[in-house]
Design a protein around this ligand. Structure first.
Ligand code: CP
Ligand code: NVA
Length: 310
């Protein structure tokens, strides 16, 4: 069983770290990115194993965690519900006890946040949220790192969300509160943010707009995501109708700042939540965002297992 070098911490939602810790992780992500691009070998996680548990589909999350762990000198094991005992009803608590005695760090993509929390409460090693119905903190961390690289500090800026009140939207709102920027949200009637999930301090960073065009005015970053997240597929037809005016298109980008960026966590549906002209246009940084999952998650795993360097 692994001996922890630093006190046990989990990364279950964006609010688990402070603004000072994010300043360190963003800086460290850049150091690790540059090191890797320079072929400068860095193996702080030699002999360590990452368990990756997937109860939903993934391309980016699986690949970025697996490649990242390899680059840090460790090894990653892919587990999914279909061919492990998790899919046959083994209690999450028992699985956490066992998996955390054989591995050193665990990433989970699952449905309810409660499942992740029950797993973490029974884990002897750090647990990372690789997406739940409620949050997707690794993606927003990569997005903020991308903004930081291209435009500098995000504090004081306006981030506009056009679309579904989903795991990404709630994570952005947590980030707005911790990193001190404004979050503009616009989605159709019938799909509002659940205000019972939003703290008083988060509300100070939130402005809700009926009109997606008004929400984009003056934005430094416009971002969206699929209208139907994994697990909600039976609502797809109703959502296609309800969200049709919430497409991020050239008109919406035209009222944002002249140097505004467009982000999407991917996978995307061109012609639904974003037009081809925007996602394939000059303001889009979706490929940078995807690549940066790798670099920020390396910094995250290093931080959770080794603490701070320098
Ligand atoms: N953005 C993201 O998490 O992608 P995957 O679903 O492919 O992992
Ligand atoms: N909101 C989407 C993100 C996919 C990466 C989902 O949960 O399916």
């Amino acid at each position: 069983m692994t001996q922890l070098k630093v006190p046990l911490r989990h990364y279950l939602q964006f609010s688990d770290f402070s603004s000072e810790e994010y300043a360190y992780i963003l800086n460290r992500s850049k150091v690790l990115k540059d090191k890797f691009k320079d072929y400068d070998t860095w193996h702080p996680l030699h002999d360590r194993t990452l368990a990756m548990i997937f109860e939903k589909h993934s391309t980016r999350t699986r690949l970025s965690f697996e490649a990242g762990m390899f680059q840090l000198g460790g090894h990653a094991v892919y587990l999914n519900t279909r061919d492990t005992q998790l899919g046959r009803g083994e209690p999450v608590e028992d699985a956490a006890q066992v998996i955390s005695r054989m591995t050193d760090i665990i990433m989970i993509r699952t449905f309810g946040q409660d499942i992740l929390e029950r797993f973490a409460a029974n884990s002897r090693v750090p647990v990372i949220n690789g997406l739940t119905n409620e949050f997707h903190p690794c993606q927003v961390l990569a997005d903020i790192f991308t903004f930081h690289e291209l435009r500098g500090d995000i504090a004081g800026k306006i981030v506009t969300w056009v679309g579904d009140a989903n795991n990404m939207a709630y994570t952005w709102l947590q980030a707005a509160c911790i990193l001190n920027f404004q979050f503009h949200f616009s989605g159709p009637a019938g799909y509002p943010l659940d205000m019972t999930r939003i703290s008083a301090s988060e509300q100070q960073h939130l402005k809700v707009f009926d009109s997606p065009l008004e929400a984009c005015q003056g934005a430094h970053l416009v971002t969206t995501d699929v209208w139907t997240s994994m697990g909600y597929e039976e609502e797809n037809q109703a959502r296609l109708k309800a969200f049709s005016a919430w497409i991020v298109d050239g008109q919406k980008m035209s009222v944002a700042q002249a140097d505004a960026l467009f982000m999407h966590c991917l996978p995307a549906h061109r012609g639904e939540e974003v037009s081809s002209e925007v996602i394939d246009g000059p303001q889009s940084v979706v490929w940078e965002e995807a690549e940066n999952r790798l670099h920020v998650q390396k910094a995250l795993m290093e931080f959770l297992l080794c603490g701070k360097f320098n």
